[in-house]
Design a protein around this ligand. Structure first.
Ligand SMILES: Cc1ncc(COP(=O)(O)O)c(C=O)c1O
Length: 390
């Protein structure tokens, strides 16, 4: 008998959509170097150009503004690198602002720069984990060159006020970057509406392949080479193209754009079914982030279970075939409480006991019912053990 698996870790990564697998398979012999002038080369170049259009359409940009990368970590690094170059060239503006709840792909890059002597300020969040715009405004002055705020948080699911943050950044004369990795394919993301100068996204978070993503750079915004070498990506990111992966990203973008609103509603319904079910069945739970549809990514539910360690819950659920996460996947393996939840003021004990359920396109109501059957006894058992220990 096959073991039942309920995958609820879609914020860590998603499975590749069948349509994406199919187009990648159809193009498995597309090995021509897209920079070659012959027919094979031109076929590859045509596939890449189609994918660039699809990524551009997904975020309402122009295809000339899309740079393919290996994923969002690289895209974020590319942005910080651009401003490092500008600061190194003696710019009067030399401070970068990020929020305290950015993904490690931004926070660790900013800290690395700070360690090298660059000036970085951290904009705090309120008690649901949403950027405090007043605090951001007070941090802004004429020495700030870049503000980087994520569109939606990977742990709490909180949607950030990026449009307002972008406006404040621009008013102060700074550029604005948003890491939209978790928001893409879940809520509408429009670079013109946000008025973003830069935006990062990653294929594997929305049913595309791993190791491919993109950076949007608004036409006219500064850009500088990140990987030196050949002339690919306008000389900004050298290296022979991974044709299949890029075409897969194009397909994932097309599907995400066509199904956005239907999927958003589906994810929210599953999230709410699980949330209300947990609140009905398990005493003393704290839902982190927001239960407002306009303030939360639709598929993310982060819950703290006082007197139960997140890691224990994860392991017991895994035995039942339910795959969830504590904190961010990148921080797992460490027993540090989630810095994202701590930044929103959650006490350490509750941050330790938090579990992230993240839904995706392939989850069903039966999945939620299965979790609602298995989770309450797991929590009761762990709580019982922890009181015995105490
Ligand atoms: C908000 C956010 N930014 C960046 C990343 C890194 O993306 P990638 O795996 O494509 O480097 C992630 C992945 O967890 C993320 O959630």
């Amino acid at each position: 008998m096959n073991r039942r698996i309920v995958y609820l870790d879609n914020n860590a990564t998603t499975q590749i959509a069948d349509e994406v697998k199919e187009i990648m398979r159809d193009n498995e012999d597309l090995y021509g170097n897209a920079s070659s002038m012959h027919t094979y080369g031109r076929s590859s170049a045509a596939g890449i150009s189609w994918a660039r259009e699809e990524v551009a359409k997904l975020i309402n940009s122009d295809s000339g503004e899309i740079y393919f990368t290996s994923g969002a970590s690289e895209s974020n690094n590319m942005v910080f690198n651009i401003f490092r170059d500008i600061i190194d060239s003696g710019s009067d503006r030399n401070r970068i602002i990020i929020s305290t709840v950015e993904h490690p792909a931004s926070i660790e890059t900013a800290k690395y720069l700070e360690g090298k002597g660059y000036k970085v300020s951290y904009a705090p969040v309120d008690n649901i984990g949403r950027l405090d715009l007043g605090q951001l405004e007070s941090l802004l002055s004429n020495d700030v060159i870049l503000v980087s705020i994520m569109t939606g948080n990977n742990e709490s699911g909180v949607i950030q006020p990026v449009k307002e943050a972008s406006e404040l950044a621009h008013k102060a004369g700074a550029f604005f970057h948003t890491d939209a990795t978790q928001a893409i394919g879940k809520i509408a993301v429009d670079v013109k509406d946000i008025n973003a100068d830069y935006l990062s996204l990653s294929g594997h978070k929305f049913y595309g392949p791993k190791g491919v993503g993109a950076l949007y750079v608004r036409k006219g915004a500064p850009v500088s080479p990140f990987v030196h070498g050949g002339h690919q990506e306008n000389g900004m990111r050298a290296g022979t193209y991974n044709n299949q992966a890029i075409i897969g990203l194009g397909k994932a973008s097309e599907i995400a754009r066509e199904n956005l609103e239907t999927e958003r509603k589906q994810l929210w319904a599953l999230r709410e079914k699980l949330r209300t079910g947990i609140e009905e069945r398990i005493p003393n739970v704290v839902v982190n982030g927001s239960n407002d549809e306009n303030l939360s990514l639709p598929g993310t539910l982060n819950v703290s279970f006082p007197s139960a360690e997140g890691e224990s819950i994860l392991l017991y659920l895994d035995l039942e075939g339910i795959e969830v996460s504590t904190g961010s996947a990148c921080a797992s393996g460490s027993l540090e409480p989630s810095y994202v939840l701590l930044a929103a003021g959650l006490p350490v004990e509750l941050a330790h006991g938090s579990v992230r359920f993240s839904f995706g396109r392939y989850n069903t109501e039966e999945d939620v019912e299965y979790v609602l059957e298995k989770l309450p006894p797991v929590i009761a058992r762990i709580r019982q053990m922890s009181t015995r220990k105490a």
